[in-house]
Design a protein around this ligand. Sequence first.
Ligand SMILES: *Cc1c(COP(=O)(O)O)cnc(C)c1O
Length: 415
Amino acid sequence: MRPPSVDKLARSLADTGLPHPLLVEAARAAIEAGDPARARAEAEQIRVGLLRPVVNATGVLLHTNLGRAPWPHQDAGGYSNLEFDLSSGKRGSRRVHAGDLLARACGAEAALVLNNCASAVMLALAALGHGCGVAVSRGELVEIGGAFRVPDVMAQSGANLIEVGTTNRTRRADYERAVADPNADLALVLKVHQSNYRIIGFTEDVPAPDLVGIGVPVLADIGSGLLDSRCPWLPGEPPTWLDGEPAARQTLESGVDLVMFSGDKLLGGPQAGIIAGSAELVDRCAAHPLARALRPGGLVLGALQDLAMAYLGRDLDRLPFWQMVNRSVPELRARAEALGVGRPIDTMAVPGGGTLPGIDFPSYGVAMDGDHTQALRRAELPIIARVEDDMTICDLRTVDPAHDHLLTTALGALG
Ligand SMILES: *Cc1c(COP(=O)(O)O)cnc(C)c1O
């Protein structure tokens, strides 16, 4: 029997909704493998690989593989005043909407939005430290999330790393020696938050505020993007698990010159990086040629503007990450019982996203015997669950209540 024509086979898959060139690829792969009947599975494979929304039932609030923080996204995709000043009718700046509002939300003179925190650190070092020394504690020469290694970022920026202190103990006097050393030609001190690890035991380090006034600008990579340690957007007291997490507002209030942080960790927005603080230093960062290479587009700036407005309005309803954090266990338990499928079970949710190691908080979910994660991933809106002790667990803390019915349907279908 002659194999079917690639084109004919591709056309027979039109109901998958994929564009024709992708169907041709699927058909060709199946025919080349000598199994034309596999074409539909090949097409399905392509469809499953597409970027799309999922339900996060893992209980990991900032799940690195699921895009970290959830954020509402409602860009109409039309033209915008990205760089157009509506009052004067002249060219405007993309720094004025999201950047200025975020600066206001954390009490900074100015802020600049980049692609991620790695870009923010890289740009700040390149713009303010190129060809000069930048002092970093040996306890902070870290790797955060795969390829972000402080010594490598430093090298790429053109700044010279001046290591101070030891792995477990660094004192202010160590930094002072680097400032005084003419060979170091120090331009900056950089503090890097120990986001995803802790050094315990015989340790000492200098919080960024204690370095203020040392003679060169102090920069703090706080990573997580907590805007304000008092969490005025939450009812009641700030959660105790935030103790010790540096916040942008308080760090700047203490006199630190610049903070850098991620948009998609505790800030709860899209992937972005923010440099906030002294207007003079932020302007120097913005004027560096790398700033253009590292800048985000209107889609991300629009989402960050919405987020900044929600923070300024203390509008918890528009801060999905903090809503998840704020849900009470009884509320989660009631939802678990109302699902009508699986066994309600208490669980532990974790912050995730390379933040707050060792922290977990009580949560509630449902359990089913056996590993059903593959079937759940195949749901119309894929559901990502976790397996523990040969049970499939769906943690409700990370699930939008509007999606509970999807869990009922998908878990119910497991039989
Ligand atoms: C997460 C983190 C980064 C990297 O942030 P991205 O936004 O993922 O680039 C850098 N520094 C610290 C301290 C972090 O916690």
